[in-house]
Write a protein that binds this ligand. Structure first.
Ligand SMILES: Nc1ncnc2c1ncn2[C@@H]1O[C@H](COP(=O)(O)OP(=O)(O)O)[C@@H](O)[C@H]1O
Ligand SMILES: [Mg+2]
Length: 256
């Protein structure tokens, strides 16, 4: 009887999962004019998870993230966040609801300093929280070192850290990461993945779009494979890593 009160789960990622989805896409269709980019996709992200979204170029990964963050509106279907539909809610309100987005290609402001870039990440909130800044600088000591430098003078890896750091301002509940390893050297990619893992361990749920399927799946709890706007596979990450179709198509292996 009294067991419920005494079994407090340890704050480890695999124990944070709860049954109600934090994010749910139901039959989401998105079109650019006549081009249908998402043909009715279903996807769930649970609190505490890292979910990898994989697929070739043009599969619809970026479109999915931009739809969740309100930059695109589905032409049918629903996006639910903590059980509430997001339809019609503008992007800046969605940030306030706790969804951070680090976009494809980083999109930092090259003529602003690192600090100003981070402050821009907080401009939807009433004030820039010193707490948020401290947390970002703790995650990325490099950004603290370079806080007075212009964004445009940072290396590719540092710009990626800045894009993620900017999305962390406001302490999102759900962080959307679009190709954080793109164009970076292997050593830097490893650092970025380590930081993603750390952000998750500190309690942030993550939807991770990656071309680097092997590394993404090693980090993720579950994964989805998109193909031309449809979900082709959805499984625990370990299963996807072992799947011959995934290995051939996304891990650059030949099955003989
Ligand atoms: N702004 C746009 N206008 C028209 N078509 C687009 C636009 N952005 C993406 N698309 C198309 O939508 C599909 C999905 O693109 P995208 O979501 O960027 O894929 P991914 O991120 O998986 O590479 C592709 O066919 C792409 O050409
Ligand atoms: Mg993309």
């Amino acid at each position: 009887m009294s067991d419920q009160a005494t079994t407090i789960p340890a704050p480890r990622p695999e124990n944070q999962r709860t049954d109600a989805a934090l994010l749910e896409l139901r039959s989401v269709e998105v079109a650019y004019g006549g081009i249908v980019a998402l043909k009715g996709i279903d996807l769930e992200v649970h609190q505490g998870e890292i979910v990898a979204l994989l697929g070739a170029n043009g599969a619809g990964k970026t479109t999915t993230l931009r739809t969740v963050s309100g930059l695109l509106q589905p032409r049918s279907g629903q996006v639910l966040y903590a059980g509430e539909p997001l339809s019609g809610i503008p992007a800046h309100k969605i940030v306030q609801l706790g969804i951070g987005h680090s976009p494809e290609g980083r999109r930092i402001f090259p003529r602003m300093t690192v600090l100003e870039n981070l402050q821009m990440g907080a401009y939807r909130f009433k004030a820039v929280s010193q707490n948020d800044l401290n947390q970002v600088f703790e995650l990325f000591p490099r950004l603290h070192e370079r806080r007075t430098q212009l964004g445009g003078n940072l290396s590719g890896g540092e710009q990626q850290m800045l894009a993620i750091g900017r999305a962390m301002m406001g302490q999102p509940t759900l962080l959307l990461l679009d190709e954080p390893s793109m164009g970076l050297a292997p050593l830097i990619v490893a650092q970025i993945f380590e930081i993603i893992e750390r952000i998750n361990a500190l309690g942030t749920t993550i939807l991770l779009v990656e071309q680097n399927a092997a590394q993404a799946l090693k980090l993720a709890n579950r994964g989805y494979v998109l193909e031309t706007g449809e979900v082709r596979m959805s499984a625990p990450a370990a299963e996807l890593l072992d799947d011959p179709r995934v290995r051939e198509a996304y891990l650059g292996e030949t099955t003989e």
